[in-house]
Ligand binder design. Structure first.
Ligand code: DC
Length: 218
């Protein structure tokens, strides 16, 4: 069994930024489970399937093969043999992912892949249900959150830096909508595991959050 660190929290809380830095410091492999769900969502989008067409989504799961490989320590996601890492962060993919990930068959499809990765290696895995469902016996569990305003502003700055036009209010609305869906779905909703440490990063620097989480690890 590897040493397992689970980080859950809402969209835009900084999970991936923090997890990558803790992974570097501690020599863990960073596993981004959101990217796996995003890979499946791309499969559905490419087939012209709408998130509401549950039967079609479930059927399409059967011929979706999502694989994770690491190139220079960076996670790459392959969908049926094609590297789709560059498409994962598109806004349309994010919305589709949040909608499709409520479907139990979609979650079941990725569960074994996630557990297998954690079984043999030291991992820091981020997502929504890692501490509660995927790795209930993780050595360290963190629930990383921040206010909606902080998360929206971070996303706004990120997009603006990339030269993309965006609207702060619209981003905040999208974040609230995504929180609502992720927290209220029936299967594996986003919630803080009882034994998770709560870290609210609203008024913390990246360095402070990394220090706090790395301090919880072996
Ligand atoms: O972390 P992210 O923004 O890449 O996640 C995209 C969506 O995937 C998110 O809205 C909910 C879903 N997700 C999930 O349901 N369970 C996970 N372990 C990770 C992501």
């Amino acid at each position: 069994m590897g040493y397992n660190v689970a980080i859950d929290g809402p969209a835009g809380a900084g999970k991936s930024t923090i997890a990558k830095l803790v992974a570097e410091e501690k020599g863990f492999i960073y596993v981004d489970t959101g990217a796996m769900y995003r890979g499946l969502a791309i499969h559905f989008l490419d087939r012209g399937i709408q998130a509401e067409e549950t039967d079609k989504v479930i059927e399409a799961c059967k011929d979706a093969d999502v694989k994770i490989r690491y190139e220079d320590g960076v996670q790459q996601v392959f969908l049926n043999g094609t590297n789709i890492t560059g498409r994962l962060r598109d806004e349309a993919v994010g919305q589709m992912t949040s909608k499709c990930s409520v479907i139990p068959e979609v979650r079941a499809k990725l569960l074994d892949l996630q557990r297998d990765l954690a079984r043999t290696q030291d991992v820091i895995m981020d997502g929504r249900d890692i501490g509660t469902c995927v790795l209930p016996d993780a050595d360290v569990k963190v629930y990383l959150t921040a206010s909606v305003e902080t998360r929206a502003k971070r996303r706004y700055d990120e997009l603006t830096a990339k030269g993309e036009a965006c609207d702060l209010d619209e981003i905040a609305r999208d974040i609230k909508e995504r929180d609502e869906r992720d927290m209220n779905r029936e299967t594996a909703p986003l919630r803080q595991a009882e034994d998770a440490v709560l870290v609210d990063s609203s008024d913390m620097t990246i360095e402070e959050v990394v220090k706090e989480i790395a301090g919880l690890c072996m």
